[in-house]
Design a protein around this ligand. Structure first.
Ligand code: PLP
Length: 385
């Protein structure tokens, strides 16, 4: 007898980020600039709300879509901040992180052989989810267009197999945001083609420029756009596992079935914590953002001072400098930087082939760590020049 696991799982590789950070254990003295999560604690009131829920035995399953009151707060947040109108009873689902939201969404919309176009360099979590649904990730190269999706190039990739376009701005790994002029040009292409649009806006509250990342604001696209969001990054709640999916009712009732059978509901103490975050802590990101902005300016200033080619990011907490001029692959550069320079940064190749020639530096670290990291990087670069 020969038994075998699902062949699609077999072909999925562990993430390039993980492959690289696994090496870190051998370099305990290295300055680690690889982590993709905030270095702030979860706000105190948010933690207390979860503790109180546990003490009050509010730990049973909620409605599959999440606490009604939480969904109402989520809907009113998107209304107030982005002018988007979602019915909290039928168009909002609370998920176990944005990750589960994306998974439930793609399982709802994809059929075998469907293609999903996504700008790249891209977050490595997307391709496995798409492939597990039998779909195929098709990358839109943004490495030579300032990491902005070029509308004509996007249109050139659309075929009869294209089912969806997935956008992630502010972007992991580039930190780039899509400003409204660009958003309108891309929307004009999307309006011409009957496709689903999925926007992963997990970093949209950590954004220092315009905040027009969503396509749902275009009336013509709203009825086929899904917005994925959550509290992992904005409220420093990565381990609490709270995400949201918002979308048109006619599709969300199907997404809810997948979420229901997969998860029943999002973690309940976390939902009570999220309720506090959405109700009373909306301004926490402003404080964190002030700090991120200071760090971004510092890292950007140091990199440009070293003569490194880098685009100023306007969101998230990543910066994605070019290392092309050093004439080695991003993996080799990152490995040598770790071994010879004592700094860990993620090779761009972890973010698809279009990330080759770059490295991702996270500035979700204290100024003291960043200062030491930049000093070491500068010394290492001097040895290459
Ligand atoms: N989307 C992007 C672009 C991310 O960078 C991450 C995490 O790093 C996620 C989604 C996952 O978010 P969550 O923790 O809410 O599942």
């Amino acid at each position: 007898m020969s038994i075998s696991i699902n062949s699609r799982i077999k072909s999925i590789e562990i993430s390039g980020i993980r492959q690289f950070s696994n090496q870190l254990i051998d370099f305990p003295e290295a300055i680690n600039l690889t982590i993709g999560q905030p270095d702030f604690p979860t706000p105190e009131a948010v933690k207390l709300a979860a503790i109180e829920a546990i003490h009050n035995d509010q730990t049973s399953y909620t409605h599959n879509a999440g606490l009604l009151e939480l969904r109402a707060e989520i809907a009113s947040f998107f209304q107030d901040k982005y002018g988007l109108n979602y019915d909290h009873k039928t168009e909002v689902i609370v998920t176990n992180g944005a990750s589960e939201g994306l998974d439930s969404l793609f399982r709802t919309i994809l059929e075998e052989g469907d293609e999903v176009i996504l700008p790249a360099p891209a977050y490595p979590g997307y391709q496995p989810i798409i492939e597990l649904c039998g779909g195929k990730a098709v990358y839109l190269d943004t490495s030579d267009t300032g990491f902005q999706p070029d509308p004509q190039r996007l249109e050139g990739l659309i075929t009869e197999r294209t089912k969806a376009v997935l956008m992630n701005f502010p972007s992991n790994p580039t930190g780039i945001t899509m400003e409204s002029e660009q958003l309108e040009k891309v929307a004009a292409v999307l309006e011409k083609h009957e496709l689903f649009i999925v926007t992963d806006e997990i970093y949209s509250e950590n954004s220092y420029g315009e905040k027009h990342s969503t396509f749902a604001r275009f009336e013509s696209l709203r009825n086929r756009t899904f917005l994925v969001h959550g509290l992992s990054k904005s409220h420093s709640m990565t381990g609490w596992r709270i995400g949201f999916v918002l979308g048109p009712e006619m599709y969300m009732k199907h997404v809810l079935k997948v979420h229901q059978y997969n998860a029943i509901c999002a973690a309940v103490p976390s939902q009570f914590a999220a309720l506090e975050a959405m109700k009373n802590q909306r301004h926490v990101p402003a404080e964190m953002n002030k700090e991120y902005l200071q760090r971004r300016d510092f890292v950007y200033g140091r990199l440009t001072g070293m003569g490194i080619d880098v685009i100023l990011p306007n969101g998230a907490f990543y910066i994605f400098p070019s290392i092309e001029k050093f004439g080695m692959s991003s993996f080799e550069f990152a490995t040598r930087l770790l071994k010879e320079g004592g700094v860990a940064a993620v090779p761009g190749s972890a973010f698809t082939i279009y990330g080759e020639g770059f490295v991702r530096i996270s500035y979700a670290y204290s100024m003291a760590v960043l200062e030491e990291g930049m000093d070491r990087l500068e010394k290492f670069i001097d040895t290459l020049n």
